[in-house]
Every structure is written in C-alpha cells, then in structure tokens.
Design a protein around this ligand. Structure first.
Ligand code: RET
Length: 282
C-alpha cells in the first residue's frame, strides 16, 4: 500500500463491517477530505463557466446541423455540472467493501460511482458531435454511441462489483472491449468520412485530443483505489477531474468555435442511413 493510499484512508475508507454510512455522514467526510472535495468543485465552477461561454458562442448559429452539434456539445458541461453536484453532495458516492484479492480487501473504500453513470450520458454527446462533424452515416453513429454507452455501464459494473475481485476485472475487460469498438470508429471510420466531408483538419485535432485523453480514464481506473490501489482516492479523483477539463471543456470550446465560424461547411453535409457521407453540392 502506498503512502497516498494510507493518507487517504482516514476519511475515505474504514474497516469492514461498519454500519452503512448515511448521505449526511458521507457528505461530512467529504468536507474533511479537502483535496477530494476541491476536485469536484473546480469542475462545477468550470462547467458553469463553459455553459455560459458556449451559449454565447452559439448566439448566431442558425444552420440546423450546426445547431444540433451545438446542443450535443452544450449537453456535455450541463451533464458534467449535474454529475459533479451529485458527487459533491454525497448522493452518488458509496463506501464499498473490497473483495478478497483486492489491495484494500476488507476496507470500505469511497467509490465515486456517479462518475461512471453520468459518463453514459456525456460521452455519447461528445461522440454525436464528432460524428456529425465528420459527416458520418447513421450506422456508424449508432455503433459509436451504443458501444460507448456499453463501455460506461460495464465500467460502472466493474466499480460496483463487490462479490469477486476477478469479476471486477472481468467487467473491466468487457468495458475495454466496448472501448476498442469506439476507438475503431474514431480512428479508422470517421477520419475517412471527415476527409470526404472536408472537415478533416478540425476533426483530426479533436480526434487526437479525444483518443489521448480517453485512454487516461481506464489507466487511472486500473491504478486507482478501484483497481490495483496504487493511487489513493483523492489522486484518482483529481486525475479524472483534470482529464475531464481537457476531454470536455477544452474539446467543446475548440469544436464550437470552429462550428460557429464554419456553418456553411457543416450545412453542406447530410447524414444517410448506411451509405457513405455525402456533401450536397451547391
Ligand atoms: C472505465 C473503466 C473500465 C474500462 C474503460 C473505462 C473507460 C472510460 C472512459 C471514459 C471517458 C470519460 C469521459 C468523460 C467525459 O465526460 C469505465 C474507466 C475502458 C474512456 C470522456
């Protein structure tokens, strides 16, 4: 067990067998765990500022497809704000007893399960916006979005499984398989579509940002208290919070700034059911 984990244990874990904590008790522990709590409130503030900025950026967007990209992207900080409020209020946090085999076996460890649940709402919005930008077809959009939701929900299952250490990792692997499908669409299918659509420059930037940052999430899950417990709860939460800042707010800002300035390019794209992306000629 590392020093960080030990330092966390006072307020973020307790010996097994203790009575279940009530929401006010979890909330009280959060007040004592200043580093962890700050990792939530920083994101609440940034999500709030992003929402205001994005509404301002979108004030003159009147082309329908660009508007759809705007709404999808605006939902990202909206969901994020709600997600972090859930964590900060203790509503979507539980203390779960880790199974035998886990580095913290027998301890009740703070689990931020609300994160995984709300990712199932925010990450499909990121992919919807990217897919629309690439001018992809409905089949590929459907594939990316459903695989992504599968990734988040099975990630939630990994975090919530307390019966078996092995099964926690089995869920983790299933989630990785869904993630691989998302990566395939992002790295192989959509770059081709974006090239045909003429949006490849901005798509390329956003794709790289997304792929690099998204890889951070499974890595920190594995290193954090839910996985091998090399990192403590607060460190893991800060890692997710910092990844979120890049993967959500920075991503959304770059996308929306481009869309606001390039509505005619977006307006020329159509989404077909299964066929290749088509640009409607003027
Ligand atoms: C988990 C654990 C199981 C394996 C994998 C994961 C991937 C998570 C990802 C999350 C991305 C979240 C974002 C949130 C923004 O709102 C669930 C951590 C593969 C890629 C971008």
């Amino acid at each position: 067990m590392t020093g960080t984990v030990v330092a966390d244990l006072g307020v973020l874990a307790q010996a097994g067998g203790a009575a279940e904590l009530t929401q006010p008790e979890i909330f009280q522990r959060l007040q004592d765990a200043v580093a962890l709590n700050t990792s939530f409130w920083i994101n609440i503030a940034l999500a709030g500022l992003s929402i205001l900025l994005f509404v301002y950026l979108g004030r003159n967007v009147d082309e329908p497809r660009s508007q759809l990209i705007f709404v999808a992207t605006l939902l990202v900080p909206l969901v994020s704000l709600s997600s972090y409020l859930g964590l900060a209020s203790g509503l979507t946090i539980s203390f779960l007893e880790m199974p035998p085999g886990h580095a913290l076996a027998g301890e009740e460890v703070l689990t931020m399960w609300g994160r995984y649940l709300t990712w199932a709402l925010s990450t499909p919005m990121i992919l919807l916006a990217l897919g629309l930008l690439a001018g992809t077809n409905r089949t590929k959009l459907f594939t990316a979005l459903t695989m992504d939701i599968g990734m988040c929900i099975t990630g939630l299952a990994a975090a919530l499984t307390t019966s078996s250490y092995l099964l926690r990792w089995a869920w983790y692997l299933v989630s990785c398989a869904f993630f691989a499908a998302v990566l395939y669409v992002l790295l192989v299918e959509w770059p081709e579509d974006a090239a045909a659509a003429g949006t490849d420059a901005i798509f390329g930037t956003l794709k790289t940002l997304t792929v690099v940052l998204w890889f951070g999430y499974p890595i920190f899950w594995a290193l954090g208290a839910e996985g091998f417990a090399v990192l403590g709860v607060s460190t893991t939460s800060w890692a997710y919070s910092l990844l979120d800042i890049g993967a959500k707010y920075a991503f959304a800002f770059l996308l929306l700034r481009w869309v606001a300035a390039n509505q005619p390019t977006i307006g020329r794209l159509t989404t077909t059911n299964t066929g290749p992306a088509a640009a409607v000629d003027d």
